[in-house]
Design a protein. Sequence first.
Length: 422
Amino acid sequence: MAITRRDFMRVAGAASLAAATDLRGRPRAEAAASLKLLAHSSYNEDSDKAIDKLGKEFAAKNGAEFSGDFIDQPEVAAKLTAEEQAQAGHDIVDLQDNLPTIHKSFLVPLDDVVADIVKRHGEFFPIAKDSGYVDGHWLTLPWLGNAVQAVYRADYLKQVGEKPPATWDELLRAAVKLKKADHPVGIPISQCEDANSILYPLLWSFGATVVDTKGRLTLDSPATTAALDYARKLFAEMDPTVLSWDDGGNNKHMLSGRGSWTINAPSIYLKAKREKMPFADAVEQSPPPAGPKGRLYYADVHGWGVFKFSPNVELAKNLLRYMFTEESQNLFLKLGQGYDCPVLPKFDVNPPYASDPQLRGLVGYMKNAHLAAYPGPSDARAEKAYQTYVIPNMFAKAVQGASNKDAVAFGVKALTDIGYAK
């Protein structure tokens, strides 16, 4: 039977009315706007709780809904790519270091959000801009910095007649004694982010760099071979398992009660203290060791990006603004307990954790810290080198018997394949 235009309009109108009303004919309430946030899962659980609390506070004040998903950092990049391909998923996403350069075409510029925050609180630290500012726009809003320091057992060092090592040479001397006492030092020389955070600044402290300020390859240098020579000596005093550690390896090493020294974010110290471990009072922190060319600081920066396919871009931007009120920052830094450092100088003057002598050294850390791209441009090549663990793999080859020439050649080829050139 043919359907006339009038019949069609009558049926369509009835369907629209049904969709807009409930079973009793009452108007249906419009669904609340929903914001979904994706972030890395912090080793300090209270950091995740702070983000979730702020998100839910904002949602409650704005008649919206909020949900936060927290996953392991190595899984974040793949998750971002999957959502970009599907053009669906989370509204706000956590992008570390130079990840914004890889995902830039999917991110909403946040220049207006950053301008509002800078007007209220002042400029961000340079390392934060290195992460979030891409091709003339703020593609992420820098949120936190993760600093790394030496973490050690003061009692074990005292037992072997050593003070906290201030240099890599002092560490090597202590490492020989500590191995004999069955309390070895340990740093990961493996495919994990902790290895990046330790081996890049080790390289820098010997005067070596991956690239120069213009992004030209400089890895093949006498300074690099000197760093590799040192790493072989230190590796001989460590458990060979450091070659397979993941990001929790040095935490487990120290919290087992056997390990004596490593480099890490404050999570080891904080967990020992929080769980009142028998040796908690002996866990202390100090700046990372200096090399022949001085002490250089490494940090990771996490920033919030907003996907272009989000149905609630403006609401997402307003949540980011809310996260930078003084009350929000104070809450986050208090719960972060030094695991998370501020990326704005204003909040780094006297953060809540500064009263703890073991955390006071983190104040001012971000001012001097660098991303893995240092001293070159912060671009996608630097992020790819970081994600594929080029530098840890080069060190791993050297400590397992490869010559300096072969280890460096491996590194140079891997970097060239990524897109670097001399």
